[in-house]
Ligand binder design. Structure first.
Ligand code: GDP
Ligand code: MG
Length: 441
């Protein structure tokens, strides 16, 4: 899937401490392939990749991130922007007026189901919706809407199959006035393919009654076709918003990514199943992290940025300089452990951090271990803290006594420190981003 492929690309990036322009290009080439395979519109992919590349190469790596994480952050932000950034709400008139919503889309896209889903949502918000059956070509469609209306306990209006959709729509509004409904949802007929008759019928309804929101339902599983369908409906009928149905299925993600930028119309909701409760508001940022399959990594990145924003820049510089030489001391080690703890969920974040997979759970400090480590470091002389090579059995014994620890605890701490130091030597650049800074995990 798209998510798996992108995760692979980023996994490779995360393994690197520093990224060259070539690294970025190679990674983005794979991102491009993955997006195309996911049936994202070609032009959209091209534009997307070039804007990510421009930013990834031009932008300073943020304090607290390594360049790989920086690329993920940029891809995430650009994806969010591609999908419209902001959540678009269904627009409703004030509660004392009648809002008319017209459902459109191809046959089987999910109009009838979605009409009932929306009715349920509006009912929960205190509205009184009326579902109007204007699909006169299939008697079963009327029954389907009726059953759904009953399930949602909302009002239903039908005139059978012998009256034209336009007349039914008009009468539905009269009925709404009489009955005190403040939303009318007009369920229309679809065809297997786009055809003129279908478009004309929708236009006729729009001419006959005032439609406040024309909502297009497209099947997310159809990828780019969904986007093409959306473009055509928008051209011929005019739509205000899109609902992507069947996002719970094996959708390739392409439709979600390209719909907004191709049609200019926002996605309002996504259908997540056949049940009438399975309709979710569309959040571009959440969808981006879902597509990237790394909500956890993204929130980690946010935390790292936050945690490091508060850090003392001078201290960072000094540490970064030392670390680049593969030199760390006990105070730095202690500091880095504190920082990791501050970022929360230690063992869960370790696996995501390049090079850190090698630290096992029992090496990670909890509050107790940290307090112990702190006591050990505090019992060292300033020289010992700065120069770990000075450590010898006598000194360790003195430190153990001074800090109220067993000699075994001191040995374990120093051993961990040695491992960390070795790891850093194996991975030059891992800890030093463009701007430097400790905590460049
Ligand atoms: P219409 O022809 O556009 O009115 O489409 P329907 O509302 O009759 O839906 C066609 C089929 O798709 C039905 O079997 C629905 O249950 C199913 N369906 C609609 N929306 C979703 C969705 O979000 N997820 C899944 N899995 N199925 C859906
Ligand atoms: Mg239908």
């Amino acid at each position: 899937s798209l998510t798996d492929k992108l995760q692979n690309v980023f996994k490779n990036l995360r393994g690197k401490g520093r990224l060259s322009e070539d690294d970025v290009k190679a990674a983005l080439k794979e991102v491009k392939m993955a997006l195309l395979e996911a049936d994202v519109n070609f032009k959209v992919v091209k534009q997307f990749v070039s804007s990510v590349q421009e930013r990834a190469v031009g932008e300073d790596v943020l304090n607290g991130l390594n360049p790989g994480q920086m690329v993920i952050k940029i891809v995430n932000e650009e994806m969010t922007a591609l999908m419209g950034s902001e959540t678009t709400e269904l627009k409703l008139l004030p509660i004392n007026e009648i809002t008319v919503i017209m459902m459109c889309g191809l046959q089987g896209a999910g109009k009838t189901t979605t009409a009932a889903k929306i009715a349920g949502k509006l009912k929960m918000k205190g509205r009184k919706p009326l579902l109007a059956a204007c699909d006169i070509y299939r008697p079963a469609a009327i029954d389907q809407l009726k059953i759904n209306a009953e399930k949602q306990q909302v009002d239903f209006f039908s005139m059978g199959t012998d009256v034209s959709p336009v007349e039914i729509a008009k009468s539905a509004i009269d009925q709404a006035k009489k009955n005190g409904n403040n939303v009318v949802i007009v369920d229309t007929a679809g065809r297997l393919q786009i055809d003129e008759a279908m478009m004309k019928e929708l236009c006729d309804i729009k001419e006959a009654i005032e439609v406040h929101q024309s909502l297009l339902v497209v099947d997310a599983m159809t990828g780019q076709d969904a986007v093409n369908v959306a473009s055509q409906f928008n051209e011929k009928v005019g739509i205000d918003g899109i609902i992507l149905s069947k996002m719970d299925g094996d959708s390739r993600g392409g439709a979600a990514l390209s719909t907004k930028s191709v049609t200019g119309k926002p996605i309002l909701y996504v259908g997540m199943g056949e049940k009438l409760s399975d309709l979710e508001q569309f959040y571009p940022d959440r969808m981006a992290s879902r597509i990237l399959g790394m909500g956890d990594v993204l929130s980690l990145i946010d935390k790292a940025v936050e945690a490091n924003a508060e850090r003392d820049a001078e201290k960072d510089k000094e540490m970064a300089a030392k670390m680049k030489k593969g030199k760390i001391d006990f105070e730095m080690y202690l500091e880095s452990m504190k920082q990791m703890r501050n970022m929360g969920g230690l063992s869960s974040i370790m696996g995501m951090l390049p090079g850190m997979g090698k630290i096992s759970d029992d090496q990670l400090p909890d509050e107790k271990k940290l307090a112990k480590m702190e006591a050990i470091v505090l019992s060292m002389t300033p020289e010992e803290r700065k120069n770990p090579k000075l450590m010898n059995p006598q000194r360790k014994f003195r430190i153990a006594k001074g800090s109220g620890n067993d000699i075994a605890d001191v040995n374990r701490f120093i051993k961990q420190f040695d491992q960390m130091q070795k790891m850093m030597k194996q991975m030059p650049g891992l800890m030093g981003g463009k701007k430097g800074g400790f905590g460049k995990f």
